[in-house]
Design a protein around this ligand. Structure first.
Ligand code: PLP
Length: 402
């Protein structure tokens, strides 16, 4: 319209351009609960792109405690943690998370994005240096930017490159910090944590590990990457875990020595300047931690399904690794084709998200499959049959076939 503001005209143009390049994102509405068999825009749908790995989002124990805590403590925390927002439930969850992770202490944040931003912008700053894996999650990238520290990017999981950078730059700065995802969110592969932890020790660098996709998934009873690699818990200085993925709730935590966490309470802006998580969410998170303690077999069930699905895809000729994680990327290459394939699966009642730039590098667009524990064996076989059919039909730009 004639009197639209310049900014709006420019934004409109950008949206049109995104559209014409097949890059415009749209929200799809899940109309049922978050579980593998649900509905999308009112149609029955199997979800193969959720991070609800253990299928706890709709678990009766989580729902019950969320409701019970709402009845007991109300709907809101009322304020930020340092004002009047710290409730018994925050403390209780932190104690149980620290015990679960085997660390001295834990501190709850409202989500993983805020935790990464909060830690990185607090423990390092001007005059410090961060060494970051090139494929680290966007929240780490943004946290690095916010920190004002110098950032050195090392090649993906390349510890030789990391050591070269530590040698070259470690001494020129005040504090050094290495940061890595333990499970990479778009590739589902594992960082070489034992080697990274020993470099952190050798070069006197802090180590921040993002266990978003390892919490509830890897290690004994879902205790995460340190447990998976049998690393002593003190070899990771700051461990960030999320509660909105395998744990079926919402929020995040940082686990480590109490002094680090006390420092965060005092200095971390994304902890200080936000209303604390409400009782319902804390109740669901508490129930998830307790459930994992009592029923570690849930994690084994997930592992078996992941192994089965990965192996079946490999047998069909897809290039799929044997990483023990539920994130299985099937690389398509072209962004438009990845989205078309996603639509083809949708038509078959299967929701697999196509992932394209800027989330992944141009030319590496993919279908990102995630396996969840509540997926039935029969449904897995039906889905594999769809993969097999598509595989036989032209998949021209697919680069992953051997
Ligand atoms: C590796 C990684 N770190 C952090 C986050 C952010 O966590 P949250 O969703 O709790 O904000 C995500 C995904 O959301 C993630 O994949």
């Amino acid at each position: 319209m004639a009197d639209d503001k310049t900014a709006l005209l420019q934004i409109r143009e950008e949206l049109v351009s995104l559209d014409s390049r097949g890059m415009r994102r749209e929200l799809k509405t899940v109309t049922g609960p978050q579980r593998s068999e649900t509905s999308l825009a009112g149609q029955p749908m199997t979800i193969l792109c959720s991070n609800n790995y253990l299928g706890l989002a709709d678990h009766p124990r989580l729902k019950e405690l969320a409701v019970e805590m709402t009845r007991k403590y109300g709907c809101s925390s009322g304020a930020s943690r340092l004002i009047s927002g710290t409730m018994t439930l925050h403390r209780q969850l932190e104690e149980e998370l620290a015990a679960f992770k085997g660390t001295e202490s834990a501190l709850v944040y409202n989500c993983g994005y805020m935790a990464n931003l909060g830690v990185l912008s607090t423990v390092v700053g001007d005059g410090d240096v961060i060494f970051s894996d090139v494929l680290n999650h966007a929240s780490i990238v943004d946290g690095c930017r916010l920190s004002r520290a110098e950032v050195k990017i090392y090649r993906h999981s390349d510890v030789t490159h990391l050591e070269e950078l530590l040698q070259r730059f470690g001494d020129s700065f005040n504090r050094s910090l290495i940061v890595t995802d333990s499970v990479f969110s778009m590739d589902g592969d594992l960082a070489p944590l034992p080697e990274i932890a020993s470099l952190a020790k050798k070069y006197d660098a802090l180590l921040l590990v993002d266990d978003a996709h390892a919490t509830g998934v890897l290690g004994q009873g879902g205790r995460g990457s340190a447990s998976h690699f049998q690393l002593p818990s003190d070899s990771i200085d700051l461990l960030m875990g999320t509660l909105g993925k395998a744990m079926g709730s919402c929020g995040a935590f940082v686990a480590g020595r109490r002094e680090y966490l006390d420092y965060l309470i005092n200095k971390s802006r994304s902890f200080i300047y936000t209303t604390a998580l409400p009782p319902a969410v804390l109740g669901a998170s508490l129930a998830a931690v307790r459930l994992l303690r009592e029923e570690p077999g849930l994690v084994d069930e997930l592992r078996q399904k992941v192994g089965y699905f990965r192996q079946a895809l490999r047998k069909m000729g897809f290039k799929v690794s044997d990483d023990p994680t539920p994130i299985i990327p099937v690389i398509v290459g072209d962004a438009g084709r990845a989205m078309e394939l996603s639509e083809e699966f949708l038509a078959a009642g299967i929701f697999i998200q196509g992932i394209r730039p800027p989330t992944v590098e141009p030319g590496s667009s993919r279908l990102r499959i995630t396996i969840t524990r509540d997926l039935s064996g029969t449904r897995m076989d039906e889905i594999l049959a769809v993969f097999s059919q598509l595989h036989q039909n032209p998949w021209p730009s697919y680069k992953g076939l051997s």
